[in-house]
Design a protein around this ligand. Sequence first.
Ligand code: TTP
Ligand code: MG
Ligand code: MN
Ligand code: MN
Length: 897
Amino acid sequence: MELIFQLLDCDYVLVNNLPVIRLFGKTKEGESVCAFYENFLPYFYILSEDDEKVIDILKSKFQNEILKIETVEKFLPIGFNQNKSRLLKITLKDPSTTPVIREFLRNISFVKDIFEADILFKYRFMNDLNVFGMRWIKVIGKSIPTTTVKVNKCIKVEKIEEVNIVENVNFKYISIDIEVSAEKGIPDSNKDPIIIISLSFYPAYKGNNTLILFSKPFKFGYDTLGFKSEKDMLSKFLEIFDEFDPDIIVGYNINNFDIPYINDRLRILKLPKNLGRCSQKPIISRKIGTNKFRNTVVGRIIVDPYLIIRDMVKRGFFRGLKRFGLGDVSKHILGEEKLDVSHSEITKYWNGHEQEVKKLIDYARKDSELALKLLMEKNFLDKYIGISLVSGLLLQDSLDSGESSKIENLLLKEFNKEGYVIPCKPTDNEIKKREEEREEKGLKGAFVLEPKIGLHNKCVVYLDFASMYPSIYIGYNICPTTLVIEKVENIEVNKTLANTIFVSNKVKQGLIPKIVKGLIEERNKVKAVMEKERDVAKKRALDAKQEALKRISNAFYGYMGFIRARLYVLDIANTITSYGRYYIKRTKEIIETETKYKVIYGDTDSLMIETDVTDVEEAFKIGQEISQLITNKLGGILKLKIENVFKSLLILTKKRYAGWSFEKTESEWEEDIIMKGIETVRRDWCDLVSQTLEEILQIILKEQNPQKALSYLKNIIQKLQNNQIPLEKLVITKGVSKRLEEYKGVQPHVELVKKMKKRDISSAPGVGDRVGFVIIKGLQLISERAEDPEYVKQRGLKIDSKYYIEAQLLPPLERVFEAMKISKSEIIGMGKQLLLFDAFKNNEKIKKEEILTDIDGFICNKCDKIFRRVPLIGKCPDCSGEILFYSHETKSRYLSL
Ligand code: TTP
Ligand code: MG
Ligand code: MN
Ligand code: MN
């Protein structure tokens, strides 16, 4: 029989003390399948000073564990070698004994090194048989019956080969959301039962898109099922799960909450714990941090949109999203609202009358629907499937693991293919040695050019090198396998800027350059498709995918300098960055000597060049000419490309700027406000701050009118003082993440909750809830003046405008205006200025005395200490120096208003 399927998961089990690999997948026809591969055994390598002695010891100590010892010839991974080395290859029976033998060998003095003794067995297999996660394979073998796995078809593998199919199978998705009734605080799985399980399906299950199970014997509607106990409900859940047989398990925050919770409840209620495609292997829920879990379900993949979205926001997607609750996220990304029930209300409704229970059920229904919608409508999985296809990792690992797993799998594949072995992960001792070396040699990073701060009204072109670090790897053939450590004769080598030496690629092409080249080519393909894509969601998915490929190819640089890497070569990391620094400086020099333009900023591999035109099209042409000039001059290793044109650009400091960007696509200019290092949304800001900052940047960049921006801000400040800003815009939100007693120090939202509890214990927010508050006028500390907006409205309380001006509005806005040389006193006006604390201008040299027309405050003429108001004693309390006015960088005895 022959089966062609897409590989979803892989694991192994022991049968008669020998491992059997299981490949789980799905066919085009939608059947779930499992292929069993026998006779694949774990192995690793030893480099020793005396092979005979090693063999003797192993034979006497591990007679039962070791199946075979043979000598093989392999290239060692670090340092250029013309010849292979003799290694011992140890083949074992049970993968789990590998670490035991490995650790034993580490203490043997004549064992010089051990290789590949810590590769996960499934990846050992997948690597050796050239099997990739999410790719399609053809398996030839005998059909076998089996009771251990829950799939449509099983096969015993005789032959396995890759098949080139690009499409994905039609996955079956189940989305899960549970509700728990907790007395108080964070639910405790030891005692708090699950009361509702909301399920959404794709495709529909028995005609239902959703199904809500709940543990009360009520009847509500066609898609709800009431049970008399939690146990009955969970049994039904398991039954539905098996019958539907999903490939993908979805849920919002499912990894850290729902799965571990369900797992615990199943255990406590003594129900079977297998949600996977194997009746013997339960869910494995490993705790990896406080409230953080890594879960495995055999044969299926768990996907948590919460983790995906959080990661995307970190990388600059979904700008403006600041809270990660399902409600906020759905509203921002899908434009869809979630029904609102706070954590503390759940138990109340659940214990209430039928209509309240009904309300809770509708709320739960929406949650599983939204999680599924987020994942499917936004094509979030595409990127991770892409990562699996190129790195070879299983989809679950592409979702869960960091950059280094991806890199290591690529390294293992490529190195083994070329006859090289890969080192084990470093021991604690090795790490210590690396740290010492690092201490001594250092790892120098990228170069940042000094920025020309301020508003630039002429077009600025943004140039950036294409795939800089990867190109340096390729251009100089940089790799551990080409690094010359021992002297070589009669071989063509290149000495680098960092004084490292690599053999030329005519002698031997480096393996990392080869891998990286493959990744860049793949990325360029994705980018080309992306640029043609018109569908916004698909385009964004492609963008995420090309970004992931870029990240993997760039991560080879970081990996070489990562203390826990298998292949750690500090000299290589340093070589890469020295070229990076060299090229950006050299480029600036060429531009400023050979063209009439100035470089106004640059970071790592990007340069901003101020043109003398205001027309975007003309600026683009200038940018193209400069890029071409540089690409030609630099001799073929790097390519400078034009990314976009800024019609106006405001630079605040290094790494902080905002610009009105125009990017050329196939047919038109795409226009956007781009911000780097300037956040317009932050969790601890109220909406007024975000909106004002956003608006002001718009006025500055699009109208290029700083004075208008200034009046806009002054107007807002005035409105604040006159109580004309709607209260909603002043609400600051914070979550209660633990019990109130556990908070140390005084925090506004915690103090408020305490107050609210005293007023009405039943409606006060509880653990897990978010609290919105405003700061009101009063004499106590600010943290004691947080108040519930509703309460403020009812009682007609006054908000503390000074707090909103000084602590919310001004800090971000002052920086913006300062870059345009508009001082704080111009923003606030003189009288008020004296009330403000000030950012000390870190004792910058104060210029010559002149008559000031406004002031920032007072300063001691002797020690330069700055004061908000004249000290009561009339002179400096520290050094008795004379007190003067000061403004910006000037101090003076004279003030004329
Ligand atoms: P980028 O210009 O962002 O990346 P790039 O030049 O590789 O790709 P592109 O074609 O999109 O311009 O960054 C410049 C270099 O900085 C990059 O080659 C490697 C390094 N870098 C990292 O090491 N880690 C990172 O996360 C990023 C973004 C860059
Ligand atoms: Mg799984
Ligand atoms: Mn670049
Ligand atoms: Mn860059």
